[in-house]
Design a protein around this ligand. Structure first.
Ligand SMILES: [Zn+2]
Length: 215
């Protein structure tokens, strides 16, 4: 069985794509377990479709770039019947990740894609502490046996967007509540927190990211 160095949660969004790409690029001699937890809850069905499309496209591009030292696993939970999600998505993701860690005692690192802009949200530090607690409790690990890395924590959204190849960036999907566009396509809502952060970057650097066609 392959011995993995780190568990890398991957949603197909900008931040987790950057965390994954940069981790793979920096450690070409190790193997990584890339882990997607698809949550279907509340009104997130169309988001799940767009995230899956992003994930599959980005992983194919990484392989084409020669970054093949990872295994991809996907788990899906549908709790849409509960109505409004009873817990934060990040809590559900870390619970599932911790369960995965129990099956992989050789893994000593966990990659968390939080960026500097996230820390500006009220209560973000508390939420991050809470999901770290879930990860340690459920996996029965300690900070001595599992290190959580935050490779993007000092970077703004614009810096994170610049740090990855444009081919990858163009395939990411970050919108939480996609809306229906023409021809059955789904578009960014431009209202959710993720869209607002991206739109701020697009407004501040209109020429730099124009080719993405996200405006
Ligand atoms: Zn949105």
């Amino acid at each position: 069985m392959t011995a993995y160095r780190a568990l890398v949660p991957f949603s197909g969004g900008i931040d987790s794509t950057a965390a994954l790409y940069r981790t793979l690029n920096a450690h070409r001699d190790a193997s990584f377990l890339v882990f997607r937890v698809q949550l279907v809850n509340g009104a997130s069905g169309s988001r799940a479709v767009m995230e899956d499309r992003a994930v599959n496209g980005i992983l194919d591009s990484l392989r084409a770039m020669g970054l093949r030292h990872f295994t991809y696993r996907r788990l899906a939970y549908d709790y849409s019947q509960l109505g409004a999600p009873p817990i934060w998505d990040s809590e559900a993701v870390n619970f599932a990740a911790a369960t995965c860690l129990r099956a992989h005692p050789e893994i000593t690192e966990f990659i968390e894609g939080a960026i500097a802009d996230d820390y500006l949200q009220p209560g973000f530090d508390d939420r991050l502490a809470q999901i770290a607690k879930i990860l340690y409790l459920v996996s029965e690990r300690t900070p001595e046996t599992l290190t959580i890395h935050y490779p993007l924590r000092a970077e703004s959204k614009a810096e994170v967007m610049r740090s990855i190849p444009r081919e990858l960036l163009a395939q990411t999907w970050s919108c939480r509540f996609p809306i229906e566009g023409p021809a059955w396509d789904l578009k960014r809502c431009r209202r959710c927190h993720a869209c607002v952060l991206v739109d701020r970057v697009l407004e501040a650097h209109p020429d730099e990211f124009a080719d993405l066609g996200w405006t």
